[in-house]
Design a binder for this molecule. Structure first.
Ligand SMILES: C[S@@+](CC[C@H](N)C(=O)[O-])C[C@H]1O[C@@H](n2cnc3c(N)ncnc32)[C@H](O)[C@@H]1O
Length: 171
């Protein structure tokens, strides 16, 4: 589920804000603050997140078929980029340590983006990427469909994605 424009109340007031644009999938999430590489932007653990089925709004949190969470927050508006500025770090076995972190310096008002295949193996909804990055991989359907080099050259990839990729690329 994603928060709607009509009843919008920011989940992280003063930190992040959804920029709503006409069309079903054209909105995005801006940072209202600047960040340095490695900084935690917001924690994810706690009772806001919930387990749920794989959906275009879910984030994968492990290698199992039921390892998907709904963020239940403005974070669902973070778009994909092949040259992302944030990562969902869900690599701890302790979910209270899960967090969204900056991958590089982020200036105030920048849109946040993450590399969807860094968490997603086989996505519910594929799309043609419009990020415009030099290293854009084109169609985004999950890490399962990427070449080994396309995963190896990203700054953050979740451990289950690396394991699953190893299993198919080393066959
Ligand atoms: C979880 S939503 C992200 C927020 C979305 N932009 C919105 O307005 O609801 C994921 C969807 O956004 C769109 N999207 C995200 N990143 C994109 C990108 N780099 N290029 C094209 N579409 C993108 C795709 O339709 C994708 O299925």
């Amino acid at each position: 589920m994603k928060p709607s424009q009509e009843s919008y109340v920011p989940t992280f007031p003063g930190v992040l804000a959804v920029e709503f644009k006409p069309g079903e999938f054209n909105s995005g999430l801006r940072s209202l603050k600047s960040w340095n590489a490695g900084e935690t932007i917001v924690p994810l653990g706690g009772n806001r997140i919930s387990k749920g089925p794989k959906a275009y709004t879910s984030v994968q949190c492990g290698s199992g078929p039921n390892d998907h969470i709904e963020l239940n927050s403005d974070l669902v508006y973070i778009n994909h980029s092949c040259d992302p500025n944030v990562a969902f770090d869900l690599s701890s076995s302790d979910s209270s340590k899960w967090h969204l972190k900056a991958l590089n310096r982020i200036e105030k008002d920048e849109y946040l983006t993450f590399f969807y295949p860094s968490t997603e193996w086989d996505m519910d909804q594929a799309f043609r990427c419009q990020c415009g990055a030099r290293n854009c991989v084109g169609i985004i359907k999950g890490a399962k469909y990427l070449l080994k080099k396309d995963l190896q050259t990203r700054r953050f990839v979740s451990p289950w994605i690396l394991e699953l990729a190893k299993a198919i690329h080393n066959k």
